[in-house]
Design a protein around this ligand. Structure first.
Ligand code: F6P
Length: 382
């Protein structure tokens, strides 16, 4: 009997999602004779039973379109806002899966989606996932689709900022997305010729950054481009965050669950979130400090969601198509509980349980870091 599969996109949108939906759908229908049901707005659509059959014509003409034709949300099966409450809606999701007589569910998303898919796997659903994120931080895959497009957009922005920084003899601090990983800032910073690149993996010393900029001024370059990843932090912020994390861990580890220990745990978590928020909003402060320390005017450009929008690059369309078609092939073989990872020019199924709760950050000995140092880019630490 022909198989029926569900497909959804979850988490932040990203260029290449439609190319992946198309790849999975066209191969599932055309090569394997399956029936495909698309669910709206991530796991919420599955919970609310908002699924529609996807025909070949629905999958036509979407390759070059940004965003996702299915819509997305960050809702989690086990912590879903319903009315004014947050509820575990796993049972409703399992019921929808069975009502549609699904043989499998394809989930397209980043780290959070991998975790949510694993949760459904543990509740008996046949899930299979693809890695999508502009942050490139999903574990155990060489690369995720969306990253290449965002890299191009951020690089183009840095290129454009060069001429205005140069004309006005200014510092321009450009904030790049990436969550807690520096791939996007490091890649775009190198490709765009940034003079300073700050990433979360290397806490920075503001004085060292200022001295790199002053050195440029002394040697005739009276402007500087500072590419800063949104999760970057100063050495002081990193130390405070580490202390807050230790408090949270200690509170978690405490064996006695008294009212006092619960209060303590809550306070520790609140402190941690407060510092995290400060870190997330510190680009303006960094710019002001650099202005004071260098005597140069400084401006901030936050690229934000621009990096997630628009047409996917050729590389992302190709990657999403090959991951999507490989996924349909694995579904046809009855392989589930896996993420279809990128491995060189090919793909490789990796167990979902190995992917979850990990984040692929930039290793300190990564060749991109060495290249940046070799061409004299300041990474804020030396
Ligand atoms: O994970 C992708 C990403 O764009 C991150 O780079 C960023 O931190 C986050 O999503 C923004 O989330 P939202 O779209 O919910 O504002």
């Amino acid at each position: 009997m022909a198989k029926t599969i569900g497909i959804l996109t979850a988490g932040g949108d990203s260029p290449g999602l439609n190319a992946a939906i198309r790849g999975v759908g066209k191969a599932a229908i055309g090569a394997y004779g399956m029936h495909v049901v698309g669910f709206r707005d991530g796991f919420r659509g599955l919970m609310e039973n908002r699924g529609n059959s996807l025909s070949p014509s629905d999958l036509s003409g979407i390759l070059t379109i940004g965003g996702t034709i299915l819509g997305t949300s960050r809702d989690k099966p086990n912590r879903m806002p319903v009315g004014k409450k947050t509820m575990d809606m796993t049972d409703a999701i399992v019921a929808t899966y069975h009502n549609h007589h699904l043989d499998g569910l394809v989930c397209l998303g980043g780290g959070g989606t991998q975790k949510n898919a694993f949760h459904l796997l543990q509740h008996g659903l046949n899930v299979i996932t693809l890695p999508k994120t502009i942050d490139n931080d999903v574990a155990l895959t060489d690369v995720s689709f969306g990253f290449d497009t965002a890299l191009g957009i951020a690089t183009d922005a840095i290129d454009r900022l060069h001429s205005t920084a140069h004309s006005h003899h200014r510092i321009i601090v450009v904030e790049v997305m990436g969550h807690n990983a520096g791939w996007l800032a490091l890649g775009a910073g190198i490709a765009g010729g940034a003079d300073v690149i700050l990433i979360p993996e290397i806490p920075y010393d503001t004085e060292i950054v200022a001295e790199a900029i002053r050195h440029r001024s002394r040697t005739g370059s009276r402007f500087s481009i500072v590419a800063v990843s949104e999760g970057s932090m100063s050495r002081e912020q990193a130390a405070t965050l580490q202390e807050a994390q230790a408090l949270v861990d200690r509170a978690k580890g405490s064996k006695k669950r008294t009212r006092r220990s619960v209060e303590k745990a809550k306070a520790a978590k609140a402190k941690f979130s407060e510092i995290k928020e400060q870190v997330g909003n510190s680009t303006l402060q960094l710019s002001q400090e650099l202005e004071q320390l260098t005597g140069l005017e400084s401006r901030v450009t936050i690229l934000g969601h621009l990096q997630r929008g628009g047409t996917p690059s050729a590389a992302d369309r190709l990657l999403a198509t090959r991951l999507g078609t490989a996924c349909a092939g694995l579904v046809n073989q009855g392989r589930f509980g896996i993420m279809v990872a990128t491995r060189g020019d090919g793909t490789e199924p990796v167990p979902l349980e190995d992917v979850i709760d990990k984040r692929k950050t930039v290793p300190l000995d990564h060749p991109w870091i060495q290249s940046a140092r070799d061409i004299g880019v300041c990474l804020g630490d030396a």
